[in-house]
Design a protein around this ligand. Sequence first.
Ligand code: KIV
Ligand code: ZN
Length: 564
Amino acid sequence: MSKYKAAPRIPNQNRHWPENSITHSPIWCSVDLRDGNQALAIPMSIEQKLEFFDLLVKIGFKQIEVGFPSSSNTEFEFVRRLILENRIPDDVTIQVLCQARKHLVKKTFDAIEGAKNVIFHIYNSTSPSQRKYTFGMSKEQVIEIALDGIDCIKQCIQEHKFSLPNIQLEYSPESFSMTEIDYAVEICNAVGSRWGWNPDNKIIFNLPATVECYTPNVYADAIEYFSNHILHRDCVIISSHCHNDRGTATASCELSLMAGSERVEGCLFGNGERTGNLDIVNLALNMFSDGVDSGLDFSHLNYIAQKYTKLTGLEIPLRQPYVGDLVFTAFSGSHQDAIRKALKQRSKLPEDSVWDVPYLIIDPRDIGREYKEIIRINSQSGKGGAAWILEQDFGYFLPKAMHPVLGKLVTEQADFLQRELSPSEIYSLFDSTWINQVSFRKLEILDFVETHVDGSESSSNVLCRSVVRIGDKKYAIGSKGNGPLDAFVASLKNNRIVEPFTISAFHEHSVGSGSDSDAVAYIELSFENGRKSWGVGLSSNVARAGVNAVVSAINFSNGCYGGK
Ligand code: KIV
Ligand code: ZN
């Protein structure tokens, strides 16, 4: 293992950041239209960039890096259109990127002519390997590149008659993460001194992890060290710019905020060179989940994701934090059960009570996502998940004791199909098992008449006469009872056409609303041999729902003698 070695640690003797936490939002700067765009196989057209710009404004970005105007005509023209068509809201500052090279600085000033407020972002590479391989220059010579760039910007400001407060300087020692920390401080101090330190127009020192090359704590150390060693700290804004080469851009950026960074550059959903830039959505929603207002509006995340995929042509992974299709989906039965119970309890609490639902980092509704996505049913889903779907999507509140019975059926079906079941498939399994018993049909009521024995409608003393069919045999049966259900059960028993049973549980509620509502009854029968069976009956009449539930339970348990 001699080919690779870990990046050197930062001599951060004065380490305080681990004690800090993120208590307020940073200044956000979207670099989607520059860093993100330059990483697309087919960069966005002007029209696409305009649409993306409007989206960023809607989300609430107040600083937007709109491009690299000296790099291509499209980039240049896009900036011109933003300015000439008055598309930049007064409270939004555009940022333009430029290498520290005179002719490029001049071209960039042509692009921003007429803009109200601009962050002029100038950079040059500072790492040892860039100095050695790319430029073949000494440290001093590389500092001169930066200072020449600053001189040129100052000259252009005068030529273009910008007043200084409307131009803010951003300087990036590109490859900061691979640059010796003291040299990075030295070049930034030189830049600051040449530009002029001013607490009313602070310089942004953007410290890029151009390539993420160490663990997040080392980036935090670098930021804290820089913060402690840069001259005139009160005239400086430290900005984090994290790439995701090691997959820890979000963590690096979070720790850097704890370490003194005040500003964050990144892209929606982590677009950007190679493994991407910091995912601003991820970071902002992490803050949101900690109860910190990020100042960005992701309450319609699906809409933002759709626009993003349309404009960039990129897909969002299914498990991407907050936005992925599967993020609010529980496959495990125990997860579903816990979510179901917690959501039920929560529905009795005020909307803004503290979110403590297991397995869901935030309430999906807060970012415009839906509960429907929370539970899908597969063979691992356990007993609660399917009952939850029937409750939420179809209004059937099965008694708790019935959940395992339904759960077993659903599990068997999912195993058989080797895939998860959709809510409508779960409903049709429930319906064909208990309500419209296609495959179980043994006992059927062909005719049913109930007569109140003493002639009064309010009397519970009822004579019930019915014609039932078992297989191809018909039976005319009848009995008296304390209500239609009792009378029907007595007539079945007296005529000995089903196994003897008693009703051991009964639940009912209405489904649907208004004139369309029906009664649904859930009945558990206990047979003499100890077997138990659940049935479900549906009718516009409560008593008939109970009668239908008894028939359903007998059929579900194969409890007919079949005319013995
Ligand atoms: O990642 C990087 O270093 C950059 C600079 C141009 C700021 O994008
Ligand atoms: Zn970058």
